[in-house]
Write a protein that binds this ligand. Structure first.
Ligand SMILES: Cc1cc2nc3c(=O)[nH]c(=O)nc-3n(C[C@H](O)[C@H](O)[C@H](O)COP(=O)(O)O)c2cc1C
Length: 258
């Protein structure tokens, strides 16, 4: 998922180099990989109208009949997702942010639990922290495990040669980390933040007597996530201590929200 309009820009180039490395590392391990690059700026994903229909009636009912859901379906089929944005004014690009906004129904009905992601940002000379955090927060809330992240200072436009010289090690690490996370199925080891978000939402819906006719409530109920014994969207392998702490803090935060 590339959040730049520049088809041959820095973000796309770094993604190409990571892809090359993934293919080469996978080949050595006799693993076949199939990677599709999606340039969000060149897909038909229209601007979120803020009508809330996706929240209230379901994403299928969105009046914007564009490519959002077919891209979502591809993500659901994939073992892992690499998402990257150029830094625009200290944050993600508008293209990336609009995609995140259009996918916001996943914050209510997280469908990606167990998936792995690697995220990166490219910037001129400035900080990529906000951009990385914006993607990371969205992904963690959708249930995606962010297995790694990186920041590349690439200026206006860096050549492949310079990228290779400057970032060869980081690119190799990114590819290896992504592949390893998939092989180890580390989506089943959720972050503290994901466990926390789960508990806050679980507490909310367990006490949402007045909202039992909403699709969100039904979704949580049908998935079995409202049962007291349920600690996460899927059976997971996070440590007991991490899970207990996240749930404890989640209950406290939820008590202020509910
Ligand atoms: C509208 C705009 C805003 C930008 N804002 C920043 C910024 O705040 N900080 C920074 O370091 N670079 C900034 N840049 C530079 C880009 O982040 C950088 O060149 C990036 O690698 C471009 O990626 P791309 O070629 O994939 O589009 C900006 C570029 C544009 C076009």
């Amino acid at each position: 998922m590339i959040g730049s309009f520049r088809k041959d820009g820095n973000t796309s180039r770094i993604a190409d180099l990571i892809k090359e490395q993934i293919v080469s590392s996978a080949h050595k391990e006799k693993i076949t990989v199939d990677i599709e690059k999606i340039q969000l700026g060149h897909t038909d994903i229209r601007i979120c109208r803020g009508c809330r229909i996706c929240f209230d009636r379901g994403e299928e009912k969105c009046s914007l009949k564009d490519e959002l859901l077919s891209i979502r379906d591809k993500m659901l089929e994939a073992d892992g997702i690499i998402a990257a944005s150029p830094v625009y004014v200290e944050n993600v690009s508008g293209i990336m942010k609009n995609w995140i906004d259009r996918m916001a129904f996943n914050c209510h009905r997280p469908a990606f639990a167990g998936k792995i992601a690697y995220i990166f940002a490219t910037s001129g000379i400035g900080s990529s922290n906000n951009a990385i955090n914006a993607i990371k927060t969205a992904f963690s809330t959708w249930g995606i495990k962010v297995a790694g992240e990186n920041k590349f200072r690439t200026g206006e436009l860096m050549s492949y040669d310079e990228m290779k010289t400057r970032y060869q090690k980081a690119i190799r690490k990114a590819a290896e980390r992504f592949l390893r996370a998939i092989k180890e199925d580390s989506g089943k080891k959720p972050s503290f933040y994901s466990l926390l978000v789960f508990k806050i939402q679980q507490s909310y819906w367990q006490n949402a007597d007045k909202h039992q006719d909403t699709i969100d409530y039904k979704y949580w109920q049908e998935n079995g996530w409202l049962q007291r014994s349920c600690k996460y969207y899927i059976p997971h392998r996070a440590s007991r201590m991490k899970t207990i702490t996240a749930r404890f803090i989640g209950i406290i935060i939820a008590s202020f929200i509910i």
